[in-house]
Design a protein around this ligand. Structure first.
Ligand SMILES: [Mg+2]
Length: 263
């Protein structure tokens, strides 16, 4: 039977790593919770800052683990694709994982030489090239927009922290004396892209959408800044006062989103 426990939580955006996926495996109870959300008519999607792999790969791994339907993930590549379209970019330079390029643009937009409208920084760790970095810096200093698919200092798999793309973005900002436009969380475009997927933006009241994450300073802060309701997922105590709810595990999260009465 479909019933809605609490109209406050009709639309929910969830972070992936550290919430439904921890250290390479689904969080215990995640698949069950997602089934319950569906049964209770709660519209949800996922918003990740992962730009290391193509979305199809991530979808496949999650689906094999029984975690979700495949069309519910928003990645930094999706946000970048929308931005490139909206700004009518004609030429870009891309520094990142080659296998994620097809998720946001066609090869025709990528230029090996000549001026570009934007320099897009993705996951550069395994693809660093000094010549490309030099070209990127020069292009930005000549007027190209510096676009960061995400700018996190670290990412957490729910257990451990790893150095993230902000390493490259901050370096380019430093040498070009400019500030990157951030596509992923905490940039507002990321949440708006996920909200568009959820409800085609029929409502302008962002507090009707709830965002769940284990990351306070990047994910939840960005969500709060554009007016979303926030749920912290994790075991940290003494949370900032602006966080609306906190769930220590999947059962707790289910209780907040659905309530005990409808389990
Ligand atoms: Mg996370």
């Amino acid at each position: 039977m479909a019933c809605v426990a609490n109209t406050k939580f009709r639309k929910v955006i969830l972070d992936i790593d550290g919430v439904i996926w921890i250290s390479g495996a689904p969080t215990e109870g995640a698949a069950t919770l997602l089934d319950k959300l569906r049964r209770h008519g709660i519209n949800f999607c996922f918003l990740t800052n992962d730009c290391t792999a193509p979305k199809a790969k991530r979808q496949q791994v999650l689906a094999q683990a029984g975690v979700l339907a495949t069309d519910q993930i928003v990645t930094p590549a999706d946000v970048t694709r929308e931005w490139l379209k909206d700004t009518n970019a004609k030429a870009i330079l891309y520094l990142g994982a080659p296998n994620t390029l097809a998720d946001f643009t066609n090869k025709g937009l990528v230029r090996d030489e000549g001026p570009v409208d934007a320099v897009v920084i993705g996951d550069l760790f395994a693809h660093y090239d000094r010549y490309l970095l030099q070209r990127a810096a020069t292009a930005v200093m000549e007027g190209a927009t510096l676009v960061a698919m995400q700018r996190n200092a670290y990412w957490s798999d729910g257990i451990q922290q790893y150095v993230d793309n902000g390493f490259w973005v901050a370096g380019l900002e430093y040498v070009t004396a400019s500030k990157a436009l951030v596509m992923g969380k905490p940039g507002p475009l990321a949440y708006l892209c996920a909200m568009k997927l959820l409800d085609r933006m029929t409502s302008t009241d962002h507090s009707l959408t709830t965002f769940v994450s284990d990351d306070i300073t990047t994910d939840l802060r960005g969500a709060k800044d554009i007016g979303l309701t926030t749920i912290y997922f994790g075991s940290q105590q003494n949370l900032p006062r602006w966080i609306d709810y906190s769930a220590k595990d999947i059962v707790d999260l289910g209780s907040i989103l659905i309530g005990h009465a409808h389990d």
